[in-house]
Design a protein around this ligand. Sequence first.
Ligand code: EPZ
Length: 417
Amino acid sequence: MPRLMIVGGHRLLGRVKVSGSKNASLPVLAAALLCPGRCVIADVPELSDIAVMCQALTCLGARVQRAGGQVEVDASCVNTLELNDELTRRMRASNLVLGPLLARFGRAVVAYPGGCNIGSRPMNLHLKGLKMLGAEISERYGYIYATAERLVGAEIILDMPSVGATENLIMAAVHAAGVTVIKNAAREPEIVDLQNFLNAMGARVRGAGTDVIKIEGVERLEPARHTVIPDRIEAGTHMIAAAITRGDVCITNVIPEHVESLTAKLREAGVQVESGDDWIRVVAGGRPRAVDVRTLYYPGFPTDLQPQFMALMALAEGTSIISETIFENRFKHVSELRRMGADINLEGHTAIIKGVPRLSGAVVEASDLRAGAALVLAALAAENGSIIENVEHIDRGYEKLERKYNTLGARIMRVHS
Ligand code: EPZ
């Protein structure tokens, strides 16, 4: 099992380039199932989650070729419409094949992804929407069985703006008869990226980025080429890394608008943030001020940056309150931050963080992707050395993280025990 050894106390200085978005790549790769022919997707990051999605597409019979940041998917020969739990348990987002398979073939069988470390992660909103489009859904033995002679456009009002449900329903609706309207849709930039790829294939999707998305069913789609947007969560992680190490870092290949909520919070904390068209520079001279955060759906403060921001607030001057409103169990990093000297108390979905002047290195365990990233940031700022176990969680969502931070002056070594 790989682990990271980090010697803290080094300011991050210099420039770092953000990779393509994991959470944009995953639905776009699934959408390549919608038509026969070769789709070419560029700027796909080399991550274990992407590898699992590519494996899922291959299991379904698609031909997947990867060369550097480019992935070619030829779904001409898809001959299986069933995805077993070996894959869906490894990566929840493999459930995004449900919509495309149903749209193109009228049938799909997908194992329930099950819960994970941050919550139960149900799919009720996905299934409720598919039923409203006319799909027959049955659930047994841990599998979802979906069939549809012909999907028919409908007005779907989501109980909550679920990112995955919005993505699955958009893809399911591309061939549905008539118009589908999804209300209370998620507004994340990754959904805009999916819309752009689908429209390049000949779909008629409008409104992504707002809470009302309209999909006019079309008869045929053609394979297309697409370049995914930069990863806003990776960008935000680097912004916080610069702040927590009192560094000076220019982050390139970023869309500043996508991280506006974090930028506002960093400025509130006294961190200097300036930006251009595709870059953001973060300069931090001293301890940040304590600020309160409440995670919300986009464009609110993203839950995927909550653990990383908590690591920063652990060193702030004053007491901050962080409320996690999206997932029911996304505080697994708290116990590990405490081992490093953080003063954090939990009351339900709220964390009260009393800033301390310094953190000390420790042996800590990553429990999930973003919790692991938070521990890396805390270790970068801590005095003396830390060891982070279960680094495979971090590898799910960060491409060459230690290489990027070592280029900025960090001292991180990956060891394989
Ligand atoms: C996406 O997950 C992201 N993953 C997550 O990023 C992100 O944290 C999440 O959106 C919220 O922004 C990808 O895009 C691959 P949701 P998703 O459906 O789609 C509940 C990361 O670190 N819900 O918006 O699974 C659910 O339990 C990952 O990169 C239902 O109740 O998230 C959760 O509490 C972690 N029923 C809330 O909605 C449903 O049918 C948000 O979930 C679906 C969701």
